[in-house]
Write a protein that binds this ligand. Sequence first.
Ligand code: AMP
Ligand code: GLY
Length: 431
Amino acid sequence: MANDKVDILLLGAGGREHALLMKLAESPRAGKLYVAPGNGGMMQLAELAPVNQDDPDSVASWAESNGIGLVVIGPEAPLVAGVADAVRAKGIPCFGPNADAAQMEGSKKFAKEVMARAGAPTASYRSFTDEESAVAYVRELAGPCVVKADGLAAGKGVIVASNTDEAIAGLHECFGGAFGAAGNLVVVEEMLEGPECSLLALTDGTTLVPLATSQDHKRALDGDLGPNTGGMGVYSPVPILLDGELDAMVRIMQSVVDQLRADGITYSGCLYGGFMLTKDGPKVLEFNARFGDPETQVVLPRMQADLIDAFIACDNGTLADVPISWGDDWAVSVVLTSAGYPGSYEKGKVITGIDAAEAMEGVTVYHAGTALGADGSILTAGGRVLDVTAVAETFELARERAYAACDLISFEGKTYRTDIGLKAILGRENL
Ligand code: AMP
Ligand code: GLY
């Protein structure tokens, strides 16, 4: 691989982007690092770029004027808005799919149609543009189903309905505008059963390299109770996979990338497959067009690769030439949140103890909602504040280290789940 230095602009402000930035900074090729909008942790490693991350022209023009050699896009909104297209149009390498490929996340109907053509197993479904026909359909189903707003809804546009009344209420929410324009088109699908498992993969549009499996914890409270959140904790790899399940997930993801190419769409970047491990094999719940948050915070620390080489290779179609390997270690990450999240919460609380936590073997603390205070102190600035991640040779040790590190960190209102990864240790039927 070339060893020229590359100046990088990374878009995003979460724990995912802090993990991406730290891994990019490890590369001997890392030149100047810029972020937008960034967070308190990212600002310790990079400079702020004065761009609007969702505005294709703003990002592409600034990258061109500042000699950027790689733009890395963390979140979905800039991808769907066409930021990658604009950057590539300037001849600048970009990590993340163009807007047409990002429809795999931007439109659930689009993703379902690609899966149907690819023969990828997923829940059976129908899509609707008016409430009346959708209500008639869920009455006909007369049982559990899942109602999904078609477009981006910040992770909130999915209603898992255990009966017809809940489904009708969900349809009313979607068509009533609760998710904005994302709900003008609604997908109603079969309810799948089984444990969930996510798989991240890098792809250049032809070669697909699976990274690692992981499992998020969406609900706010222990025991998977309380409201949905952006994710309260995660581990990798998923220890309860049966023989053949990983291969099946990789085959499904490859088939989708191949189908898109046959349709004239190059998907390059990270493809995130969300799967239900049903008794008939893995079935797709959703695709995301980017790295998962907080999944990235347990997958990247375990990955042995030069991330700059890998990302540039995704852009220029040479991913097959990049060495990527994995140790047999385990990672567990616990998210520390501000009291009240995912409802309203206070900001600006001083955080202490991050250095002590990071002094522990195998521990890294990724910043999510933090900001740098004028005196250099670290302040809370969001609902999800820190991702306390530990890597170890066993699942149990990684989990113990992550929780011991959480104890060393203090801020007013610090809140977290105490059962991250517990079910995985207890076995498959509990996941
Ligand atoms: P999605 O954003 O499509 O992954 O949906 C969010 C969550 O809703 C998933 O992680 C699942 O827990 C649940 N879900 C989505 N689709 C289905 C389905 N067809 N059957 C059962 N649960 C589902
Ligand atoms: N953790 C789920 C996501 O990134 O969409």
